[in-house]
Design a protein around this ligand. Structure first.
Ligand code: FAD
Ligand code: SF4
Length: 347
C-alpha cells in the first residue's frame, strides 16, 4: 500500500474544502473498512485521508422535529414522526438502537459483515462503499467502471452480478443498509456545493444512487468532498418492517440476495403504505414498486405474496451464471412479506 497521511478537522466546511483542493489524491475516511481495502488492493492510491470522526454526528433516535428546509424543497414523505441516524453511527450501534417499526434496518445492520466490522463500519460509509465485482477489485484489470471500454463480467464469471437493471455495468450495489432504507422510504441529508459555497440538502435515498446507464463509473451522485451527514426515516403509526438475506457463509460475507418490506395494517386488516426493496440483484438498490402496487390495500395471503414476488422479478434478465438469484429473490421476498404482515409462513 502506498504511504498516506491522515488529517483531522472538526469543521464540515473544512473537510469538504481539503478534498476539493486536490480531489484526485484526497478522500474522506469514516470507518475506513472499504477505503483501506481498496488501498490495499491498489485500486485507489490517495495521499491524504480526511478523518470524519470529529466532523459528523453518530447516533440513532426519534427526531424532535424535521430538518429546517423550506417546505417546497422538502422531499421528506409525510409522517407523524421521523427517525434520525447520524452518518457516523456504526452498524453495531444501529443494530442495537431502539427505534419503533425499523426492524428491517436493525436486522440488516446486525447481519452485515462480522461483529468486528460492524463495530467500525459506519452508516455513511456503508451506503457509499464501492462495488465488490472481482474484475473491478483487480488492480490490473480496467473494465468499464474504471474507464475501460468493456464489462468483463458479461463473458466472465458473473455468478454474483445483476439480474435486474444491469447494463452497461452489471455490478450489484454492495450496501446491506440501502435495501431496508429504500423500503423504509428514507431521505438523506447531504452537504454539497460548488466553488461559491456549500449547503445542506435533503435527497430521497433512491436519488442518491446512479444507475450504470447514466454513468457506469460511479454509484452515487455525491462529488469529491461532498458529505452524507444524516439519514431520515419516516416512522408511520403501526408500521412494521422485515429484512432477510441469503449468504453463502453466515459471517464474513456479502449477501447473494436481500429483501426488505415495510407496511402497516389498517383496521380491516388490509396492507397500507407498502414498500418493497431487493438488494444484491441490481446495480442500484432495487425498488420493487410493481410488487408494492399489487399489495397495496389488499389483505395478506399466501397467494398474493407469491404473485407479488413474481411481479418483482418479471423483468429479470440473468447473465449465464446467476439465474439462481431469481427463485432465491422470490422466496426471500415472500418471506419478508409474511414476517412484516404477521401471516404465518406456509409449512
Ligand atoms: C468480510 C467483509 C464482509 C462484509 N459484508 C458486508 C455485508 O454483508 N453487507 C454490507 O453492506 N457490507 C459488507 N461489508 C462492507 C462493509 O460493511 C463496508 O466496507 C463498510 O460498511 C464501509 O463503511 P466505512 O465507514 O468503513 O466506510 P469507509 O471505508 O470509511 O468509506 C467508504 C467510502 O465512502 C466514503 N464516505 C464514507 N463516509 C462518508 C460520508 N459520511 N460522506 C461522504 N463520503 C463518505 C469514503 O470516502 C469512501 O470512499 C463487508 C466487508 C468485509 C470486509
Ligand atoms: S460489472 Fe461493472 S465493475 Fe464489474 S466488470 Fe462489469 S463494468 Fe466492471
Amino acid at each position: 500500500m502506498q504511504p498516506f497521511a491522515l488529517i483531522r478537522t472538526k469543521r464540515i466546511e473544512r473537510a469538504r474544502e481539503i478534498v476539493r483542493e486536490k480531489p484526485e489524491t484526497r478522500v474522506l475516511r469514516a470507518g475506513g473498512i472499504d477505503l483501506l481495502d481498496r488501498m490495499k488492493e491498489g485500486i485507489d492510491e490517495p495521499e491524504l485521508l480526511v478523518e470524519l470522526r470529529e466532523v459528523l454526528w453518530a447516533g440513532a433516535k426519534l427526531a424532535d422535529g424535521q430538518p429546517l428546509i423550506p417546505p417546497d424543497t422538502n422531499p421528506l414523505p409525510p409522517a407523524p414522526r421521523y427517525a434520525e441516524v447520524g452518518a457516523l453511527t456504526t452498524l453495531a450501534e444501529l443494530a442495537a438502537a431502539e427505534l419503533p417499526g425499523l426492524d428491517a434496518l436493525h436486522q440488516a445492520a446486525g447481519q452485515a459483515a462480522t461483529p468486528g466490522i460492524r463495530n467500525t463500519a459506519t452508516v455513511g460509509g456503508n451506503l457509499l462503499q464501492r462495488p465488490r465485482c472481482w474484475y473491478f477489485r483487480h488492480r490490473d484489470l480496467v473494465c468499464l467502471k474504471k474507464g475501460g471500454d468493456t464489462c468483463l463480467a458479461i463473458t466472465g464469471d458473473n455468478r454474483y452480478h445483476a439480474i435486474l437493471g444491469g447494463g452497461p455495468s452489471f455490478i450489484v450495489h454492495p450496501s446491506s443498509l440501502a435495501t431496508p432504507l429504500l423500503a423504509l422510504d428514507a431521505v438523506v441529508s447531504v452537504f454539497v456545493g460548488d466553488a461559491k459555497g456549500s449547503v445542506q440538502q435533503l435527497v430521497p435515498l433512491a436519488e442518491l444512487f446512479v444507475s450504470p446507464e447514466t454513468d457506469p463509473t460511479r454509484e452515487h451522485s455525491l462529488g469529491p468532498g461532498d458529505l452524507l451527514t444524516q439519514v431520515w426515516i419516516p416512522v408511520l403509526d403501526d408500521m412494521r418492517s422485515a429484512y432477510q438475506a441469503v449468504r453463502e457463509k453466515q459471517s464474513h460475507d456479502w449477501p447473494l440476495v436481500e429483501a426488505a418490506a415495510r407496511l402497516r395494517l389498517d383496521q380491516a386488516g388490509s396492507m397500507r403504505d407498502v414498500r418493497v426493496a431487493l438488494g444484491h440483484v441490481a446495480p442500484i438498490p432495487w425498488n420493487a414498486s410493481e410488487a408494492a402496487a399489487l399489495l397495496e390495500g389488499q389483505a395478506p395471503s399466501v397467494d398474493l405474496f407469491a404473485r407479488a414476488a413474481d411481479a418483482a422479478l418479471a423483468d429479470a434478465a440473468p447473465l449465464d451464471g446467476n439465474a439462481y438469484k431469481i427463485p432465491m429473490a422470490k422466496g426471500l421476498l415472500r418471506e419478508v412479506l409474511h414476517r412484516a404482515s404477521g401471516l404465518a409462513l406456509p409449512e
